[in-house]
Design a binder for this molecule. Sequence first.
Ligand code: ATP
Ligand code: MG
Length: 396
Amino acid sequence: MTAAPTPALPDEVLEIARTLESAGYEAWCVGGALRDALLGHPHADYDFATSATPAQVMSLFRHTAPVGEKYGTVGVLDRRRVLHEVTTFRRDVTTDGRHAVVAYGVSLDDDLARRHFTINAIAYHPLRHEWRDPFGGRADLERRTVRADGNPAERFREDYLRILRCVRFAARFGFSIDPATWAAAVESGTGLAQLSAERVRDERYKGLRTAGSVPELVDLWRRVGAAERWMPELGHITPERLGPAARVALEQRDPVRLTALLSDDPAAVLRRLRASNADIERAAAMARGPAAPDGADARAVRHWLARVGRAADDLLELHAMRTGQPAPWSEDVAAIRERRDPLARGDLAVTGRDLQALGFAGPRLGEVLGVLLDRVLDDPALNTRDALLAIAREHQ
Ligand code: ATP
Ligand code: MG
């Protein structure tokens, strides 16, 4: 292995380390940010492991946030308002595949021993430039391998979420998975059923956002049993269907849109994973469509925009993902928005009250507003009070 590089750490991170060390505590950089720095990926928020207790950490920093006090984690906000997680050295006392009971007062090495993958179990002392790498994490980073430290089956049994984390890291960095780790992951796959929907969802979103290749991630989910247990819809995807997902650039990774791309009933997937109502509603609206206007003129595009409402941008993007081309009607959409063509009842030049004054009431009033909107979608020039009142009178 090459000589240990000195990772470039942000000043704010060094500052946190100095504060802890000058108060007499140990402060080590650990976890994902360190791993990413070694891989040359910038990472804003750092994880620290420290000998200070959560209460001691809170008393040392002005801006802290409770993150996971039960597990010894305090969030420390730096002056850019970036939150770094500072966690007391801990070891797992008991685990049941979903939760752990942790104990403090242990050494850094004990703490590293509970960090599941060798590439995540590296520690670096940012002031003394000292490394602690008991499981050979840096060698695995060079080999581009995800490997569980110790007995892989045991590591997965302690927390089945690690199976999903394993495939997420592999797909994100394009790493291979060590054969013994992979065999244990597949064997432990049934344990995935014990996880809470929320943790699976967070993992799924993170995976879709960060995978170097979405199709590879989906393939790993399938092979490890996660698709079968949590996203059976993925089991039916054909290669043609999966193909477009390969083209979606990292910056455009939206887990809800990708779910709509990968499944015919994305709302069902997200409901099972207890996603937010906003995400479920977005997914349902995408599935409802219609996916495209039923004509190629501005009139048809206006009717489509009125019908799909806030789902318009999601549907435009979905079309682009599926076909690899911008939707042919996207220029019409831009022009319609630019001109502020009326698209909803609220945009009409008359109100319900105007129609009441003409004697409309109840459901009939709603029907007439619908008629007026239809006419205005056909021809926005009709959206004047006089023209609309005249049309309304024809329906008296
Ligand atoms: P990223 O933040 O990019 O998703 P990460 O490795 O930083 O990756 P976090 O969830 O932020 O992941 O966790 C920080 C560190 O805490 C990990 O690197 C790992 O050392 C440890 N860790 C997190 N989750 C687990 C887990 N389920 N089991 C064991 N250790 C874990
Ligand atoms: Mg992290």
